[in-house]
Write a protein that binds this ligand. Structure first.
Ligand code: DX5
Ligand code: ZN
Length: 223
């Protein structure tokens, strides 16, 4: 029995109005499965977004599970705080962690799922053996750091590699894509083997964010 549907749509509030984050979350309740929260620290990526106090406050403003995507240095130090704040899943970057499995264990002990993210320039092969320790693998389909970038179709090769590995090993692991996911790209992501789809601009750039989520779900189907 899975707690979440076969296909998960996770709108990214990075593309929402930061002065109205609670409204942005509530706008997709009932349509989205998770809310994707992009945490950036000006160090791991050259952008600064939101951190723990905002996540703690926003947690009280919506019933949607939080999918926190930490684009930060030193996840061993900072990631468990997001689990303690009530995140459903906390993903950190492989490139930022010296011992990813230890961080995954800490996240699970703190009460969340653990996700491993692979940025644009990082091959996935070196991380496949670590996947039994994770609940989610995030394959970036752009370079992490900014919303609104163009989808890079070549990166789906990593999704195909991961999907083959997950299926062959019967791993219980979601494969998430993030970056440029929209009506014209989501189908290719699903065909490559992704089952979890982050969409920022495609959702919050639309006049009706909930309708945009439903449209994306309609393209990939659902359980
Ligand atoms: C970028 C973030 C993404 C971002 C995607 O580094 O990780 O989650 O919000 O935005 P879009 O969907 O606009 O590419
Ligand atoms: Zn993200």
């Amino acid at each position: 029995m899975t707690a979440v549907p076969d296909n998960v749509i996770a709108p990214s509030i990075l593309a929402a109005d930061f002065a109205r984050l609670a409204d942005a979350a509530q706008a997709v309740e009932g349509a989205a499965d998770w809310l994707h929260v992009d945490v950036m620290d000006y160090h791991f990526v050259p952008n600064l977004t939101i951190g723990l106090p905002v996540v703690q406050s926003l947690r009280k403003a919506t019933t949607l599970p939080f999918d926190c995507h930490l684009m930060i240095a030193d996840p061993a130090r900072w990631a468990p705080g997001y689990a303690e704040a009530g995140a459903y899943n906390v993903t950190f970057h492989a490139e930022a962690a010296t011992d990813p499995v230890a961080v995954a264990k800490d996240l699970r002990a703190a009460g969340s799922r653990a996700g491993l993210a692979i940025d644009r320039d990082t091959p996935v092969e070196g991380y496949l053996e670590l996947l039994p320790h994770f609940d989610l693998l995030l394959i970036m389909t752009i370079k992490a750091g900014f919303g609104g970038q163009a989808f890079i179709p070549e990166l789906l090769e990593k999704v195909r590699t991961a999907r083959r590995h997950v299926d062959a090993g019967h791993l219980e692991l979601r494969i998430e894509v993030d970056g440029g996911v929209a009506e014209d790209t989501i189908e290719a992501c699903a065909e490559a083997g992704a089952d979890t789809f982050v969409a920022g601009t495609a959702v919050y750039g639309a006049a009706d964010p909930a309708a945009a989520v439903r449209k994306l779900r309609g393209i990939v189907g659902n359980s």
